[in-house]
Write a protein that binds this ligand. Sequence first.
Ligand SMILES: [Mg+2]
Length: 377
Amino acid sequence: MKITNVRTLRMGAPANDWNWLFVRIETDAGIHGIGEGSLQYKDAALKNEIKEFGRWLVGQDPFQTEYLWNAMHRQVTWTGGPVTMSAISAIDLALHDIKGKALGVPVYELLGGKVRCQVPVYANGWFHGASSSQEYTDRAKYVVDEGYKALKFYPFGGSQVATPERIDRGAALVETVREAVGSHVEIAIDVRAQLDMGGAIRAAQRLEPFDIAWLEEPVGFDNVGSLCEMARAVRVPIATGEQLYTRWEFRALLEENAVRIVQPDICHAGGISELKKIASAAETYYVTVAPHNSNGPISTVASLHLDASIPNCLMQEVFVAFLPLYNEMLTEPIVIEDGYASLPEGPGWGTDLNEELIEAYPPHSYAPVRPWEPYYH
Ligand SMILES: [Mg+2]
C-alpha cells in the first residue's frame, strides 16, 4: 500500500475561538485515515508543516509508522517544537487509522489490545458561564448527576502574582464545590502554569484538606527542579505534561519523581505511537497517565484507543460542552455513561469524520499573538 495524498481540513470550534485541524491521508488501496493536530492560534503554520511532510509522505508505505515517525522527527537538525510535533502527531494518528482499517481491527488492537473494557473520564468545561460559587456548585451537581465521577476546574484564574485575596477566593471555591459533590467525586485543580512558586505552594497548602485528585501545572512545565521543590513542599499530587513533547521531554520529570501524573496530549506530544511509549516510561516510575485533551473529536477518540491499551491510564479528559459537536462530526458517536467512555469498536478509529459537515463551521481568523498582561491579579 502507498500513500497517495495528504491534505488538511479545518473548521471553527464554536465553543471557543480557535480551530480544529484534521489531516486526511489517502492511499492507493482506497483506504483513508484521519488524524488531528489542532494547535489553537498556530494552525496556519501547522497546515503548512503538514503540507511539507505530505510532499515526502506520498509514495511511502503507511504501515511503517515507526519509520515514518522517526524520519519526520529526525530529518532536520532542529527537531521538535509545537508545530512540527503537532504535524507528526496528526500524521501518526491518521496512519494508525489506515492500518486499523486495512487490517479490519480497532486501533487499540494495534497497541497490544485492550486492558480495560471502559475508560474512566473526567469532565472539564462543565462550568462555562459560571462566576458565582452558587453557579459553580449548581453546575458541579449537574455534571455529577449526569454520572461523572471526576471533574476539573480553574479556581485560581489570573496571572503570575498571587495575592492573599486571590488564594482565599480560589480555595473557598474548591471547598464549596467539594461540599456540593461529596467525598466520592474526584476534583482536579488546574493552575495552567499561571502562578509563581510562592503562590503555587500557598495555594496547594490551602487545598490539602479537600483531598484533590491532583494540582495541575502549579508552576511552569519547563523547570523540573522547581516542580520537584513544589512536589516536596506540599501534600497534594502534582500533574503536568500537556505542553511537553516526546518521551525525551518526559524523562527528567520521571527520573526526578517530580509528578505523580503525566498528561501528554495525543495531538502534540507525538501521536499515539509516542504516547504509548511515554505511558510505558511512566509505568516504570509508578506514575499514572491522564491524557490531556482540549481539542476536537479525533483527539478524543484516539485518546480513548490509547487509554484502552495502557495499564496506567488514570482518567481521560473530556470537555463535556464539546460532546454534542463531537458526535455531530463523527459517523459513530462517543458514548459516555456513568463516568466511563465505551471503547470505540470497528476498524481504525471505529468512527469517521462527517467531512461534508465541516463547511458549516468556517474557520475563525485571528491574530497570532493574544493580549497578555503578566502582572494582573
Ligand atoms: Mg491543563
